[in-house]
Structure formats: structure tokens, C-alpha cells
Design a binder for this molecule. Structure first.
Ligand SMILES: [Zn+2]
Length: 46
């Protein structure tokens, strides 16, 4: 399995495993981030 590609400002690589067919983990995948933002908006966490 791949490792998430983003490297943090500290120089550490994200330790999460990348999603299948994706270079990033769930947290760093742009699509998921968009979806999460939308869910947050709809869910009304604030
Ligand atoms: Zn990641």
C-alpha cells in the first residue's frame, strides 16, 4: 500500500496509508476534504 504523499511543514511525512488509487490519505485527499467541508456545513457543527 502507498503512504500518503503530503509532507508537513516539519518535514514529516503523513503517516497515514493512502487511499486505494489515491496518492493521499483520507484526510489529505482534496475530494474528501471538499466532502467533509460540505458535510460540516450541512451538519451544522458550529
Ligand atoms: Zn495524509
Amino acid at each position: 500500500m502507498n503512504q500518503c504523499s503530503p509532507i508537513r511543514a516539519t518535514g514529516d511525512r503523513c503517516r497515514a496509508t493512502a487511499l486505494p488509487n489515491r496518492p493521499q490519505c483520507f484526510a489529505h485527499d482534496p475530494e474528501n476534504r471538499e466532502r467533509a467541508t460540505e458535510a460540516r456545513r450541512k451538519g451544522g457543527g458550529a
